[in-house]
Design a protein around this ligand. Structure first.
Ligand code: FES
Ligand code: MG
Length: 568
């Protein structure tokens, strides 16, 4: 680290006071107060973005991971400096964690930019934290490595394997239908999330970990190592080392996040049966690098990419099974003929180089061969039609094929409160073949909560109805399943046609045609929409900024002012 012409380490960005010498003297003086010797002060710096919080159980081992990263940084000859950013613990945030993803991305971007660091290791895990960190780091432009906290390990209830949180929903469904009593559901509660780490199925956190690995911003093999496995600490150490290599031989984030690596990530998303939320997040991450994901391309990729990973909620296994089966590298090996192999990873290698030799062993119970897949098609598709002129997302892999071509009567809920009050009412006018519609749960209206997994009305659940077509402008958890149309755009809250739907209207879903239509004449839809007053918007603070600046789902719900200028 001898030929360092540009300022590095504590000398980065010394512009305050207009007297560089004084700024340097002051900064070094204060750094001394942390106990650093002269030798340490001269070194380049690797920032470590940490996200520990008592409200974020998924990041419980953050201090140990940060310590392991520090070890790797020191051993490679640089100075580690850990710093906090906000942390988003999925289930503890009101009204929805989604509302704070962009805030965390701004925190991450600005703290990387503002503080003196030559490279950065980002440690995140829970659903919104990895997307937020990637969005921020791509915008900040400094070399970085993403490290995830890793998935939870499973537990047991009465001999059955249990893991967050597809099982949470299955058991809760049984409780609602009256086949499980409150004592047993209480016992299950103690087993759902038994270790540190992120949800143990192919939910949003696992999907984003896989996407980070496929994009090339996380190290090969790092997505799936269980949170509590010692191999994760060794991987953290290696991340520190790679960050130092990135100072010696810089690779800008935009050399890694490219149109080709984003396409690879989309393919990977299909192959793993990943979360619907990942479409929003990948769109937003790509958007920060000036890359757009078109719905036509998304559908083309979905139609030609088989689903090969057999994990819940689409299949049977848990993340620990995927890890033991060979992890993301083994998945990518199956997809090799479909991938762009000239993309780069943070280690400077090409994907083709990484996949040059087949994995030594693959457990075919969880990673199917591309020729004999879980499904010959990808898990997610975009729909369009008169109900969603700018698109909607449908997870066909987690839906009921018998409902793929459905025309039914709309049963409409005006918002989250209306849904909560009426869904279980004994006098609700609803039958098994109806289509449940939820309005006003989109990004501008409410921050887009995971309310799209509308419960089956209790009276139908008790009759044994397990699935119905459900439509909304909301999201759904990556761990959920059902015949559910999400992310309808434009949302009802900004006057999308969803706002015009009334009880008794006919709606038609066609998965074969990738369409979602409101079977009401367009003039009538327009007439109804013209009569609806726009709902009031928040007027102060972050919520006002959010409602004013958030883009619709097809643009990843980023803020309009965070996209790079078109020419950049
Ligand atoms: Fe954090 Fe599921 S709650 S990953
Ligand atoms: Mg989730």
């Amino acid at each position: 680290m001898t030929d360092r012409t540009p300022p590095h380490g504590y000398d980065i960005g010394l512009t305050d006071y207009g007297d560089t010498g004084f700024s340097r003297y002051l900064r070094r003086g204060f750094a001394r107060s942390t106990g650093l010797s002269e030798k340490m002060l001269e070194k380049p710096i690797v920032g470590i973005a940490t996200t520990r919080s008592d409200f974020n159980n998924c990041h419980r081992y953050m201090p140990e991971l940060a310590e392991a990263v520090s070890r790797g940084v020191l051993a490679a000859g640089a100075l580690p400096r850990a710093f906090p950013t906000i942390s988003l613990g999925e289930v503890n945030l009101n009204p929805t964690s989604m509302m704070f993803r962009n805030l965390m991305s701004m925190d991450t971007e600005e703290m990387i930019r503002a503080q003196p660091m030559d490279a950065v290791v980002l440690i995140g895990g829970c659903d919104k934290t990895v997307p937020a960190q990637l969005m921020g780091a791509v915008s900040a432009g400094r070399p970085f490595v993403q490290l995830v906290t890793g998935p939870m390990s499973t537990s047991r209830h009465r001999g059955e394997r249990v893991g967050a949180c597809t099982d949470c929903r299955r058991y809760w469904g049984q409780f609602r239908a009256g086949t499980l009593d409150s004592e047993e559901i209480g016992a299950i509660e103690t087993r759902l999330a038994a270790t540190a780490g992120t949800c143990s199925v192919m939910g949003t956190a696992s999907t984003m970990a896989a996407i980070a690995e496929i994009l090339g911003v996380a190290l090969p093999g790092s997505a799936t190592i269980p949170a509590v496995d010692s191999a994760r600490l060794a991987m953290a150490e290696r991340c520190g080392e790679v960050a130092v290599e990135l100072i010696r031989t810089p690779i800008a984030p935009r050399e890694i996040v490219t149109a080709k690596s984003v396409e690879n990530a989309l393919r990977g998303l299909m192959a793993i049966g990943g979360s619907t939320n990942a479409i929003l997040h990948l769109t937003a991450i790509a958007g920060r690098a000036g890359i757009r994901i078109s719905q036509a391309r998304l559908n083309a990729i979905s139609d030609e990419t088989p689903t090969i990973v057999n994990l819940k909620p689409v299949g049977e296994g848990y993340m620990e099974d995927l890890h033991a089966a060979g992890g993301i590298e083994a998945v990518l090996h199956e997809l090799r003929p479909l991938l762009h192999l000239d993309t780069r990873t943070v280690e400077g290698r090409s994907l083709g180089d990484l996949l040059s030799a087949p994995p030594a062993w693959v457990d075919r119970a969880f990673i199917r061969p591309a020729q004999d897949p879980v499904s010959p098609l990808g898990g997610l598709i975009a729909l369009r039609g008169s109900l969603a002129p700018n698109g909607a997302i449908f997870k066909r892999a987690a839906a009921t094929p018998a409902l793929f071509e459905t025309e039914g009567r709309a049963v409409v809920f005006d918002g989250l409160e209306d849904l909560a009050t009426r869904i279980d009412a004994p006098d609700l006018d609803v039958a098994a073949g109806d289509i449940l519609v939820l309005k006003n749960a989109g990004p501008v209206a409410t921050g887009m909560p995971e309310a799209g997994y509308l419960p089956i009305p209790r009276k139908l659940a008790q009759q044994g109805v397990k699935d119905m077509v459900r439509i909304s402008d909301a999201r759904m958890s990556g761990t959920a399943f059902g015949t559910i149309v999400l992310h309808v755009s434009p949302e009802a809250g900004v006057g999308g046609p969803l706002a015009a739907v009334r009880n008794g209207d006919r709606i038609r879903l066609s998965v074969a045609e990738k369409r979602i239509d409101l079977l009401v004449p367009q003039e009538e839809i327009d007439r109804r929409l013209a009569a609806i007053a726009p709902p009031p918007r928040p007027r102060r603070g972050y919520r006002a900024l959010y409602a004013r600046s958030v883009l619709q789902a097809e643009e990843g719900c980023d803020f309009d002012f965070l996209l790079p200028p078109p020419e950049a």
